[in-house]
Design a protein around this ligand. Structure first.
Ligand SMILES: Nc1ncnc2c1ncn2[C@@H]1O[C@H](COP(=O)(O)OP(=O)(O)OP(=O)(O)O)[C@@H](O)[C@H]1O
Length: 242
């Protein structure tokens, strides 16, 4: 085990009846790393993330997240992580500022801190002109950027992003990744799943899950060498499609 690891997973499994959704996965993620968690539909990514963020009990194995055990310290894990799910959208019928205030409150920030964070976040995202507009009226890409920033509002050690950029154009996705880099540069560890292989190239390291197992894990450069592939897309196709 590497002491710099903020996520350490050993032989973690999840079964639904007889079906093994996550099959004895083992890996570590270092502080400040952007870790890509890839796999085809149904490979087991969301199931694995749910165990790591403390909302689903593993069937067996071990995992430590932000210094806390997934079996016994779930509440501590929740305080130290941010999470943006595939479906997570902010409340469409609240304004940008109201959403930030609402989620800041849920994460236990003081009113003063919420005000400071709201101002900083609105400025950083260039949302000054729409701060008092309903989130429902914003384009999807803006919602996703806001949603990502809100998932960081309590300065978590790790942020889990489950397909955060689904459905938006490449330019907006690139802007989203600028926010990811910024967070990682400040020391936040980013654990991200994606279906976009260009995004896999932006990660420090990438794991590829096939039928519940991690079949490959390395930097994009080394994975391309290992699989004699010119792009991450080729690596993915070679592995995920057998
Ligand atoms: N609660 C559940 N009960 C039974 N089977 C489940 C349950 N949750 C997930 N599964 C199954 O476990 C497998 C892994 O699903 P999971 O959602 O983790 O995959 P994924 O890699 O996140 O896929 P996607 O990219 O589509 O989100 C799938 O076959 C799914 O049908």
């Amino acid at each position: 085990m590497n002491n710099n690891n903020v996520i350490q997973v050993e032989g973690l499994s999840k079964m639904f009846g007889d079906f093994t959704a996550v099959n004895a996965i083992t890996f570590g993620v270092e502080k400040g790393e952007i870790f890509g968690f890839l796999g085809a539909n149904g490979a087991g990514k969301t199931t694995a993330i749910k165990m790591l963020i403390g909302i689903s009990n593993p069937t067996s194995g071990h995992a430590n997240v932000a210094g806390f055990d997934v079996y016994s310290n779930v509440e501590d894990i929740k305080k130290n992580i941010g999470y943006m799910s595939q479906k997570f959208a902010l409340y469409d019928d609240l304004t940008v500022r109201e959403n930030i205030t609402f989620f800041g409150g849920i994460y236990g920030l003081s009113r003063k801190r919420i005000k400071e964070k709201s101002d900083a976040l609105i400025e950083e995202l260039g949302l000054q002109n729409v701060a008092n507009k309903l989130v429902g009226a914003l384009p999807l890409g803006w919602k996703q950027k806001l949603s990502f920033s809100v998932s960081l509002i309590h300065d978590p050690k790790i942020v889990f992003l489950d397909e955060p950029t689904g459905g938006v154009d490449p330019i907006t996705r690139r802007q989203f990744w600028e926010l990811i880099y910024k967070a990682a540069n400040k020391g936040t560890t980013v654990f991200v799943t994606t279906h976009y292989m260009d995004e896999a190239e932006y990660c420090d390291r990438v794991s590829i899950m096939v039928n519940g197992k991690i079949e490959a894990l390395d930097t994009p450069k080394k994975l391309k060498e290992q699989f004699k592939a010119s792009t991450m897309n080729d690596v993915f196709l070679k592995l995920a499609r057998g």
